[in-house]
Design a binder for this molecule. Sequence first.
Ligand SMILES: Nc1ncnc2c1ncn2[C@@H]1O[C@H](COP(=O)(O)OP(=O)(O)OP(=O)(O)O)[C@@H](O)[C@H]1O
Length: 222
Amino acid sequence: MIEIEHLSFRYPGSGAGFALPALRIERSAKVAIIGPSGAGKTTLLKLIAGILTPDAGTVRVDGVTVSALNDSARRNFRISRIGFVFQELELLDYLSVYDNIVHPYRINRVLKLDRQVRGRARELAEHTGLGDKLTALPRELSQGERQRTAVCRALLSEPALVLADEATGNLDPPSKLRIIELLIRATERNRATLLAVTHDHELLPLFDRIIDIRQPRNPPTE
Ligand SMILES: Nc1ncnc2c1ncn2[C@@H]1O[C@H](COP(=O)(O)OP(=O)(O)OP(=O)(O)O)[C@@H](O)[C@H]1O
C-alpha cells in the first residue's frame, strides 16, 4: 500500500516541483497515472521510490516511511521491494539480454543470484517471448524486445511495487498493449502494486484506477 500525506518537493535551484496533499493506493491496485507534460508524473514516481526526498510530507510504502530512511536503507528498500521500468531503459549495450536481466543481482549485495533466480530469469524471458534472444545484445533487438528485457529485469526480484514510466515508449499499439498486459499479469501473480505513467488513453481500461495529476507547476511555499 502507498500512503502520501502533505507531500511537497521542489527541484533545487529551479522553480519546478510537485505537491500532493494526500493519496492512498491499495496493495495490488493497478493504477495509471496521467496528466499533462511537466505536471510531475515522473517526479511523483521518484518521490515514491525514494530517489528524490520530499521537502515536506511523507511517503509510506507498505508501512515503511521511505523518506525517513537513511540513504543506504532507502537504497536497499528500493532494490529489494521496487521494480522500475523507466522510459530510458538503461540496458547495458555490452551485456546480453540474460545478463541485463540479472544485472541488478550482480551489482547489489542485498540481492542474491542463486539457482532459483537464474531459473526465474529464464522463465520470465520465455514468458515474454525472449527465450531465443537470451544471448543477443540490446542493439540486436527490436524496440519492443528491449522494452520486454527491461520489464523482465524489473520483475526478477518479484517486487511488491512496480513503477513504470512510459514503459511503452514509442512502440506500435499492439506492442504497447503487450507490455502493459505483461506488467499487469506479472503484478497480479505476485499481488504487487503497479503504478504506470502513460500518455496512451487507449490503455486506460486495463487499469483499475486512474490518477490524473493536474496541478500548478510550483508547489506552495511554506
Ligand atoms: N532534474 C530536474 N531539475 C529541475 N527541474 C526538473 C527536473 N526534472 C524535472 N523537472 C521539472 O519538474 C517538472 C515536473 O517534471 P516531470 O518530469 O515530473 O513531469 P512529467 O509529468 O513526468 O512530464 P512528461 O509527461 O513530459 O514526462 C517539470 O516542470 C520539469 O521541467
